[in-house]
Design a protein around this ligand. Structure first.
Ligand code: KG4
Ligand code: ZN
Length: 374
């Protein structure tokens, strides 16, 4: 079975084709990536210092036909595609619509079943993927109950994951079920990735700010010394006795520190480390509390910010100490991509979840606030 996945929720236009064996009785436990293509709009958005939805839409409209041609070749080859998966939310509405419209068109013209995919669930599955060999991946079922920390440019959430009681056809040797998600912590204002990006901008670093800050922070970690007292940053809501976050105060604090205390060039690396430490302190404390509160047996970390080496190491250390499994995405699957969307659709097919009916497919809409809770 060959499955085409399309992801256009933000600033990456991504398409992939995976294949796996499927008969009436059986479906393979792994899938192989045949094509994995992505055009990043980062250079374009860099000029503006962030993502503008209508610019993203314009770029997706330009890029999608190019990538489809590279992935499929001749239009006749659409006949060799057995299923399509497309992100229908959450994300930027104009951006989401571009992928949805093209997926609907292909589905209609070639009569191919269509699966709508939640972008955040895609991030969870990116973290559950592991390599069988070069291009072949399997999905590891997490030990339940589990906690997911989803950290990206648009989201900062703690999700409790339990077994879904819904009667889905479950067969042995397959991922047990599709899970039940409950949002137990959320940012009250900015997302953590947004805080990285906006703080980086204040520091004169290019978009996206996460990798830039991380690079400098890692240099500082190799040196001795500490940041001077006036440049210490707050750890917002560290003691709020709930699982929520707030990052807009941290961003504002970066702006005011930079304005008030002229940052020496040599201090930039140290200040980036202080920023990364502040973010990590808050993320790790709340995650630890959630793991404890929900009696979790595993931690799933997903979303673009999970590419951050310091955050990965800190959370891995916590899990190791508490003897919990941690599921982290491969670094190239941390940020937005189409493989995670394909992986989610693969699991749906494995669990006999039906695609949209023709009528549902016609009516499929972008849902910028699509929730994980079912
Ligand atoms: O998941 P993603 O690709 O897109 C959204 O769905 O938002 O996440 C993008 C975010 C950006 O804010 C970017 O700065 C951040 O992920 N990011 C990082 C790192 N790599 C990407 N943040 C911190 N450290 C990194 N290494
Ligand atoms: Zn994302």
């Amino acid at each position: 079975m060959r499955l085409l996945a399309i992801e256009t929720s933000c600033d990456e236009t991504a398409i992939c084709i995976i294949n796996f064996r499927k008969s009436d009785k059986e479906i393979s436990s792994s899938f192989t990536i045949e094509k994995n293509l992505l055009i990043s709009q980062i250079d374009i958005h860099r000029e503006y210092g962030g993502v503008y939805p209508n610019v993203a839409k314009r770029e997706h409209l330009k890029n999608l036909p190019i990538l489809l041609e590279q992935a499929i070749g001749n239009e006749n080859n659409f006949k060799k595609i057995d299923a399509i998966a497309v992100t229908n939310g959450p994300g930027l509405s104009p951006a989401l619509w571009t992928g949805i419209e093209i997926a609907k068109k292909i589905s209609r013209e070639y009569n191919i079943p269509l699966y709508p995919i939640n972008h955040m669930e895609g991030h969870i599955y990116a973290s559950l993927m592991s390599k069988v060999n070069e291009d072949t991946f399997k999905i590891n079922a997490p030990s339940l109950p589990s906690i997911a920390l989803l950290i990206s440019g648009g989201h900062t959430e703690i999700i409790s994951i339990t077994q879904n009681k819904k009667d889905i056809n479950v067969s042995e040797n397959k991922i047990e079920n599709i899970y039940k998600y409950k949002k137990v912590g959320v940012t009250l204002d900015d997302a953590v990735g947004e805080c990285f990006d906006k703080s980086a901008r204040t520091l004169g670093l290019p978009y996206p700010g996460g990798p830039e800050i991380s690079k400098l922070a890692n240099l500082a970690r190799k040196k001795t010394g500490v940041v001077r007292e006036e440049l210490r940053l707050p750890r917002p809501m560290l003691h709020s006795h709930d699982l929520n976050f707030s990052f807009s105060g941290l961003k504002t604090s970066v702006i005011s520190k930079v304005e008030r205390h002229k940052l020496e060039k040599s201090e930039l690396e140290m200040f980036c480390m202080e920023f990364e430490n502040a973010v990590t302190d808050v993320l790790s404390k709340k995650t630890r509390e959630a793991l404890y509160l929900y009696n979790a047996k595993s931690l799933i970390v997903g979303g673009g910010v999970s590419a951050n080496t310091h955050i990965r190491k800190t959370l891995s250390d916590i899990c190791e100490k508490d003897n919990l499994n941690i599921h982290l995405p491969e670094k190239n699957l941390s940020t937005d991509n189409a493989v995670m969307i394909a992986a989610m659709a693969f699991i749906k097919i494995q669990n006999n979840i039906k695609p949209l009916t023709q009528k549902e497919a016609v009516n499929l809409r972008a849902d910028p606030n699509l929730s994980l809770e079912n």
